[in-house]
Design a protein around this ligand. Structure first.
Ligand code: CO
Length: 286
């Protein structure tokens, strides 16, 4: 409990400060490195690489090793941060609006708050999806139906229960002590994301003997991740693409493609981590 709360407090503070760095003209790589560096400075670990996803992209983008992209006026910027203390994870996200999309951003925030207000033992996860969908649709947008909130466990960022962003019948019933993240996404597009070819985030999912020296080097360098995701940007060597592809093909690594809605659409996200209590919940990432 203590670890969950301290990871949450650090994640909340670093995300708030970090969001202030997102300005037109700022380097995406510098912002990512400063936010990730701040987590390390505070003595905590990253549960996953800082996700910065732009405009129609919802999730799983981050800076590339030599990323030259800068934020542009009009960008809708999702910043998603995961901090852990001894493996106990806080996952939180916000959207920085560099354009005129205040209503879109407030739709995601209002959906998150409505869902949090409903959390208590006995509630079904489908009911949380129902209020998320209603808040987003009442503002004229679509909830992303194939992205969900997720349970958190020690060193694991995706465990049951899934928290849907649309109404569902049945599903899991909430019980005291459950720890999970709720993350509504509001979209001006279809409300459905597909996989892009871009892949910057990886995770080790099994261990097998590896012959290729460069691939072995990668696995050795991520051993301290305890199975949590890492970025291509964090790896040693200049061109890890070939060994990474070998490791994915042999089932040792999983790769996370960037997930996006229709080109030209915009997506806003809001996310908090919480613990279910006797009569409600405690949000760790406020
Ligand atoms: Co999350």
């Amino acid at each position: 409990m203590e670890h969950y709360l301290e990871a949450g407090a650090v994640a909340a503070r670093v995300l708030k400060q970090g969001a202030g760095l997102v300005r037109p003209g700022a380097s995406i790589r510098e912002v990512v490195e400063r936010i990730e560096g701040q987590v390390a400075n505070e003595g905590f670990g990253l549960a996953f690489p800082l996700n910065i996803s732009l405009n129609e992209d919802a999730a799983h983008d981050t800076a590339t090793p030599g990323d030259e992209r800068t934020f542009a006026p009009g960008d809708v910027v999702k910043v998603d941060l995961g901090v852990h203390s001894e493996g106990y994870i806080a996952d939180t996200a916000t959207t920085v609006d560099l354009g005129n999309n205040g209503l879109l951003c407030s739709a995601a925030r209002a959906a998150l708050e409505a869902a949090i207000a409903l959390v208590r033992p006995g509630v079904m996860v489908g009911e949380l999806g129902g209020v998320i969908q209603a808040e987003i649709e009442s503002r004229g947008y679509r909830p992303v139906d194939n992205l969900t909130g997720h349970g958190l466990a020690r060193y694991q960022i995706h465990t049951p229960p899934n928290i849907p962003n649309v109404r569902m019948n049945g599903g899991t019933m909430l019980t005291e002590g459950m720890v999970f993240a709720i993350e509504p996404f509001a979209s001006t597009g279809r409300g459905h994301v597909t996989e892009r070819s871009r892949r910057e985030i990886y995770q080790q999912i099994s261990s097998k003997p590896i012959r290729l020296p460069k691939a072995r080097e990668i696995i050795e360098s991520v051993a301290t991740r305890e199975g949590m995701p890492f970025a291509r940007r964090w790896l040693p060597g200049d061109h890890p693409e070939v060994p990474l592809a070998v490791l994915v093909r042999s089932g040792i690594l999983h790769s996370y493609p960037v997930l996006g809605d229709l080109p030209g659409s915009l997506i806003a996200q809001a996310e908090h981590t919480l613990i279910v209590t006797t009569d409600g919940c405690q949000v760790t990432t406020r």
